[in-house]
Write a protein that binds this ligand. Structure first.
Ligand code: FAD
Length: 281
């Protein structure tokens, strides 16, 4: 972890792109509340299948206009390179300087008909078209991406994104700090020396966490899963348990030298504000 400790600490929040006016309104309120915590940036997810593309751009430009730093997520999806280039130029002209470059996931049923472009190719494309304008974040998978053939290929293709020009990484969420420390050590051994910021998912709901974790390949340790299962009908106790587990994880990560934390807000401010206080940030 020596190299990670030398990076300045960076805290950021992620919003899921809104799909309705009500969702926009809610995120505006959440953004106002979370802005008080002075994060380095707010990122906004992108539906590679097209479901949220307009919502992503609109929210990013609003956040940017409000004076906060906004970082759109971006994938090729099924779009032509010209369309992605036009979007990059639009962001550039608006003063956006950060991006999260991803392969993305298609909604089930759509993926088979579209060739998904790997994230390293998107990073190469962004560098070709816009030079060094953007600070590019990419995704990292300490618990191994579900499509990876092996631990080694997980690392190999992560390195390909850095070699293509990515500046830093945000991890998929996890609840086992050892997986993160091991991943970072493996990166250092192969000469990858960029900040790898842990992605943190607050625990607020048993069923949605299990469903989401199954889809993205994040492991919920058995002892956490069993506690959540038992507490699922007692909201206050589940919240207290989740807050304690996630705060402890964040402490372990920061004490171990993690260069910041990226919070998956799920468009809610309260769990983040509680964590922030618990961590004394
Ligand atoms: P890649 O880095 O391209 O890797 C995908 C898989 O292919 C990996 O298993 C990798 O090892 C392998 N691979 C990579 N290159 C090659 C190659 N050349 N040949 C063979 N195999 C290769 N999804 C969304 O749809 N929208 C979002 O906004 C979004 N935001 C995210 C934010 C974060 C911080 C994270 C961690 C994930 C996010 N995701 C999002 C999910 C992400 O899109 C999925 O995990 C997706 O399956 C992989 O994206 P990637 O950019 O990591 O892909």
């Amino acid at each position: 972890m020596a190299a990670q400790e030398s990076f300045p600490r960076l805290f950021s929040f992620e919003f899921s792109a809104p799909k309705s006016e009500e969702a926009f309104e809610k995120i505006r309120r959440v953004h106002d509340r979370l802005s008080e915590l002075n994060p380095h940036f707010f990122s906004v997810t992108y539906g590679a299948g097209g479901s949220t593309k307009d919502g992503t751009k609109r929210l990013v430009l609003e956040i940017n206009d409000s004076g906060s730093t906004a970082a759109p997520h971006l994938s090729f999806g099924g779009d032509a390179p010209e369309k992605i280039e036009a979007l990059l130029n639009e962001y550039k002209d608006a003063g956006v300087t950060r991006l999260v470059a991803l392969r993305g996931d298609m909604p089930s049923g759509m993926g088979a008909s579209i060739k998904m472009t790997y994230a390293n190719e998107l990073v190469t494309f962004i560098r070709e078209k816009t030079g060094d304008h953007f600070h590019i974040e990419v995704a990292a998978y300490p618990e191994i991406h579900p499509d990876s053939r092996s631990v080694e290929s997980n690392l190999h293709f992560f390195k390909a994104k850095i070699d293509a020009g990515a500046n830093s990484a945000i991890t998929q969420y996890f609840y086992n700090a050892d997986s993160y420390f091991r991943f970072v050590d493996s990166c250092e051994k192969i000469g990858v020396d960029i900040p790898v910021v842990p992605g943190i998912m607050p625990i607020t709901n048993y069923r949605s966490l299990v469903r989401f974790s199954d889809i993205c390949g994040a492991e919920i340790p058995r002892w956490i899963r069993k506690n959540l299962e038992d507490l699922q009908d007692d909201k206050d106790s589940l919240t207290a348990f989740g807050d304690e587990v996630v705060a402890r994880l964040c402490e372990q990560l920061l004490e171990g030298g993690a260069p910041g934390l990226h919070f998956y807000t799920m468009n809610q401010s309260l769990p983040i504000v509680r964590l922030w206080r618990n961590l004394g940030l």
